[in-house]
Design a protein. Sequence first.
Length: 100
Amino acid sequence: MVVVGSVFSGAKALVFICKNPPDDVTLDVDMPGMDGLELTRLLRAHPATRTLPVLILTTEATDQRKQEGRAAGATGWLVKPFRPEQLLEVVRMILPGAKR
């Protein structure tokens, strides 16, 4: 079963994730206030979320931006636009124990 939660800012996402620990986090780089890279850094700095898979969605496909995502601790990276099947494939790759 898949349960999806949704928030619209990095700060709200951080609170949501701490209160409702998910199996993975899928987030956009461009969010109001705290961006997705900063949120990823904060998740990596906290012991409870240090190993949480983080998938970053973005419109930016440059090597520099991908490197910034890796440096922040992103587990996966998907460039928009994408097909739903691509999202499912990447989520399956980053989730431990997911059906492949």
